[in-house]
Ligand binder design. Structure first.
Ligand code: SF4
Length: 162
């Protein structure tokens, strides 16, 4: 897998202060995407052992609420295995912290993936510029959903996180 950045103390991509892994690769190509540089699956730099060490060091700080996978699309078919491994490892190391994941797929398209079991919140759907609103919380356009994964699984219907 390749990635573009690891940012931390992020307040915009999930609840609390978070560490965000920005992976490379996205096939959705949404019009007016703010991050088209991340579309190329071969872009960015390799997510190697040093990058993983940096990521987990940043995640270990007490004030960090959890990890957010963003991009690009963490659920690009070529990113799924690695993102699943990282989410599982994170869950085991930090059971009290949370996992958020942003994807251009709808929840219905990806709900059967193993990685969903390790997520607390999934923000789903492509960015639709006509439905964009800067006042939206944690998402860019109104069609996207901030989904409480555990409650959604428990009740077998989409439950939004708020
Ligand atoms: S899914 Fe996200 S990263 Fe991919 S094109 Fe759409 S807005 Fe950009």
């Amino acid at each position: 897998m390749r990635y573009h950045n690891i940012t931390t103390d992020d307040m915009l991509n999930g609840d609390g202060l978070r560490t965000v892994l920005w992976v490379a690769g996205c096939t959705h190509h949404c019009e007016k995407c703010q991050n088209p540089i991340t579309w190329d699956i071969d872009g960015g730099i390799e997510f190697d052992e040093a990058a993983e060490e940096e990521l987990f060091q940043k995640l270990a700080y007490d004030h960090i609420s959890g990890i957010t996978f963003s991009g690009g699309d963490p659920l690009h078919p070529q990113n799924r295995a690695e993102v699943t491994r990282l989410a599982k490892k994170f869950r085991e190391m930090f059971p009290k912290k949370t996992v958020w994941l942003y994807t251009g797929y709808t929840y219905e398209e990806i709900r059967g993936l193993e990685v969903v079991d390790f997520c607390d919140v999934i923000v789903d759907g492509e960015y639709i510029d006509a439905q964009s609103d800067p006042k939206l919380h944690w998402k860019g356009s109104a069609n996207q959903r901030v989904i409480d994964v555990k409650e959604t699984k428990r009740l077998n219907k989409i439950v939004l996180f708020d």
